[in-house]
Design a protein around this ligand. Sequence first.
Ligand code: AMP
Ligand code: ZN
Length: 133
Amino acid sequence: MKNDCIFCAIAAGEIPSFKVYEDDLVVAYLDINPFTKGHTLVIPKAHSQGLLETPDETLAAIIVRVKKVAAHLKAALPCDGFNILQNNGEAAGQTVHHVHFHIVPRYGQEPIVFENHAGNMDELKALAARIRL
Ligand code: AMP
Ligand code: ZN
């Protein structure tokens, strides 16, 4: 665990999050400033900065969890499709330096935009309770 890392603190349960899935290796929770409804982040519990710093075995295990959570979101929301996004470095828009995979649900003909929106905490809480695996 890295001391000043907000996602390590979420993984350790030290700060609140809207969790939708957790196992020994990963935790998945709603993004507090979602691109779209159901925008979820999947992180390894062990800290690493980005894709290149993460061990292959961890990455292999994470992508299987990303698939599991995405399949669940598709059915539970439901959504029509989803993007997987993974940013590395500030030049790529990485703002939290603990490796994470975004699952961005997509609905019908809505335009495909990657942009944070102010999250409503009550709505996020209710949504997490509804879609938790
Ligand atoms: P990135 O730009 O790939 O580093 O994405 C970081 C994401 O983490 C952004 O979409 C933020 O809205 C999200 N985020 C930051 N802090 C939290 C938090 N405490 N709980 C949930 N999501 C967060
Ligand atoms: Zn961390």
